[in-house]
Design a binder for this molecule. Structure first.
Ligand code: AMP
Ligand code: MG
Length: 329
C-alpha cells in the first residue's frame, strides 16, 4: 500500500511517499523545504512559506518516488500538535488531495510519527525514546496502549534553546550545527543544570549563557561548549533514570536534535555503562519530514483507523500520551 504524508506543523513543509508491505516500510521519496526566519518563527509567515512551496514539493515527491498520483492509496497528514496556520495549510492540502484522488484520509500525531519512523529505521523494539526537537523535549516509553511521558521540559524545548542561543551568539541558522562548530576546543565553565524530579528546564541555562555573552568575560567557545554540555547531560540523566525505572534495554533518540553527534556520543557512553543499546534515527529523517507522517498513517490505517473529511480539523495542542496506539500488539 502506498501512502503519501503531508507534514506542516511548524517551519518545515514536507511530503513523503512510502510503501508498506506487511511490517516493512520502504521510503520512496521525502522532499521538504524549511523557512528560516532571522528572528524566530512567525506563524503566518511559516504558513505562507508552505503555501508557496507545496505544489513543487508535491510534484518532486511524485517524481522521485517514480509513481503517478493514481498509485496513491492513502493520504496522511500532520494533524497536530503545532502552529495553527501551518497545520491548517497541511490539512487543506491533504483534504484537497484526498477528495481529488477519492482516497481515504488520516490525520496523525506528529510526535508519535517521530517515534515510529525512528523505530522502523533503526529496528529498535521497545525503547525509551528521547524526543528532542525545535518544539518538544520529552522522555517517553510505551506502556499499555500509549506512549507515556516520563519526563519533559518545564519551559522551552532543547532545540528552541539551542536556536535562541545561536541567534544571541550571532552564530546563525540552523542553531545545532553552528553551535557544534563554535564549541570546538571549548572548556567547561559552570552553568545552571536543572533536573527537577524527572523533568528538566532550559530557560535558566539559556539566560545564563546569553548573559555570559553580553558580559564578554568568557571565551565564546567555552560558553558554547558548556551550554551544549548541560543541555545534553540533563536529558541523558533523565533518560538513564527512565531506563532504570522501566527496565527497558534500548534508548532511541528522535527529532531534529537527534542529528547532534555530541548528544549521540553521550548517550552511547551512558548505554554502554548500563549494558543497554543506543539507537538514533538517521539524520535524514530526524527533523520534520513527510515520510514519517506517511508511515504513521500507514501504521494506523493497518489497525483500521481513518478519518471522515469533516473530522479532520487540526489540533494545535495534542500530547503524545493522549494518542491511543492500536497497532502495537
Ligand atoms: P525539528 O523541530 O524536529 O525539525 O528539529 C529542529 C531542531 O533540530 C532545531 O532546533 C535545530 O537546531 C536542531 N538541530 C538540527 N541539527 C542539530 C545538531 N546537529 N545538533 C543539535 N541540534 C540540531
Ligand atoms: Mg518535529
Amino acid at each position: 500500500m502506498i501512502t503519501i504524508g503531508i507534514e506542516g506543523t511548524a517551519h518545515t513543509f514536507g511530503i513523503g511517499i512510502i510503501e508498506k508491505k506487511g511490517k516493512k516500510c520502504t521510503i520512496l521519496s521525502s522532499i521538504k523545504k524549511t523557512y528560516f526566519p532571522d528572528k524566530g518563527i512567525h506563524p503566518r509567515e511559516a504558513a505562507q512559506h508552505h503555501i508557496t512551496v507545496a505544489k513543487d514539493i508535491y510534484l518532486e515527491a511524485l517524481k522521485k518516488a517514480e509513481i503517478k498520483e493514481k498509485d496513491i492509496d492513502l493520504v496522511s497528514f500532520s494533524m497536530g500538535p503545532g502552529l495553527m496556520p501551518s497545520l491548517k495549510t497541511a490539512a487543506i492540502f491533504a483534504r484537497t488531495l484526498s477528495q481529488k484522488l477519492k482516497k481515504p484520509i488520516i490525520g496523525v500525531n506528529h510526535c508519535v510519527a517521530h517515534i515510529e519512523i525512528g523505530k522502523i529505521l533503526t529496528n529498535a523494539k521497545d525503547p525509551i525514546v528521547i524526543f528532542v526537537s525545535g518544539g518538544n523535549s520529552q522522555i517517553i516509553g510505551y506502556s499499555g496502549g500509549r506512549y507515556r511521558i516520563f519526563g519533559e521540559t518545564l519551559d522551552i524545548a532543547v532545540g528552541n534553546a539551542i536556536d535562541k542561543f545561536a541567534r544571541i551568539a550571532k552564530l546563525g541558522n540552523p542553531g545545532g550545527p553552528k553551535l557544534d562548530k563554535a564549541a570546538i576546543g571549548g572548556n567547561y565553565i559552570k552553568m545552571p543544570y536543572s533536573v527537577k524530579g524527572m523533568d528538566f528546564s532550559f530557560s535558566g541555562l539559556l539566560t545564563s549563557a546569553s548573559t555570559k555573552i553580553d558580559q564578554n568575560k568568557n571565551e565564546l567557545k567555552d560558553i558554547c561548549y558548556s551550554f551544549r554540555h548541560n543541555c545534553f547531560a540533563m536529558l541523558t540523566e533523565v533518560a538513564e533514570r527512565a531506563l532504570s525505572h522501566t527496565e527497558k534495554s534500548e534508548i532511541l533518540v528522535v527529532g531534529g536534535v537527534a542529528a547532534s553527534e555530541t548528544f549521540k556520543n553521550m548517550l552511547n557512553i551512558m548505554c554502554k555503562e548500563r549494558g543497554a543499546k543506543a539507537y538514533a534515527v538517521p539524520t535524514e529523517y530526524s527533523g520534520d519530514n513527510g515520510a514519517m507522517i506517511a508511515w504513521q498513517g500507514a501504521l494506523e490505517h493497518s489497525a483500521g483507523r481513518e478519518h471522515k473529511i469533516e473530522d479532520t480539523h487540526v489540533t494545535p495542542k495534542w500530547r503524545t500520551d493522549q494518542v491511543e496506539i492500536e497497532y502495537i500488539k
